[in-house]
Write a protein of this length. Structure first.
Length: 136
């Protein structure tokens, strides 16, 4: 079922001219039974350059975030009707996120710090309450 969905999404992305995720990208699982922390961060580019922000966020995820203890995954979403960029990130727990925030504030995560110089963030922590999928 999921293979068919991803094939259709790939065709749609090709037809719409949007980039397709790299093969090495990890697939994020959203499971209401897992006790993880989800951070949803809506980034508004200060200069309106959505592509530059996406490039920097992807660089920060690849060079910094994937190596952080407690970091599970990060997903970059491009708004199709505005310049917003959304980062849907999963963390093992609040303590892992807080440890990274201290590292960021201490100047020890320059790639991610650059993201926050390029955009105004609006972020909030969430927990997954439920999942609903099509039955076919």
């Amino acid at each position: 079922m999921y293979r068919k969905f991803f094939c259709i999404m790939g065709v749609m992305a090709l037809l719409s001219g949007l980039p397709i995720a790299n093969a090495q990208d990890v697939k994020t699982e959203i499971d209401s039974e897992e006790n993880i922390l989800t951070m949803i961060n809506i980034l508004t580019p200060i200069d309106g350059d959505q592509e530059a922000l996406i490039t920097q966020l992807e660089r920060a995820l690849q060079k910094t975030m994937i190596h952080e203890p407690g970091f599970i995954s990060g997903n970059v979403h491009r708004s199709l009707d505005s310049k917003h960029v959304v980062n849907y990130a999963q963390w093992k727990d609040k303590a892992s996120l807080e440890a990274f925030v201290l590292k960021l504030q201490g100047g020890n995560a320059p790639e991610m710090a650059k993201v926050f110089t390029m955009a105004t963030p609006d972020f909030h922590p969430y927990e997954v309450v439920s999942n609903h999928q099509h039955l076919n």
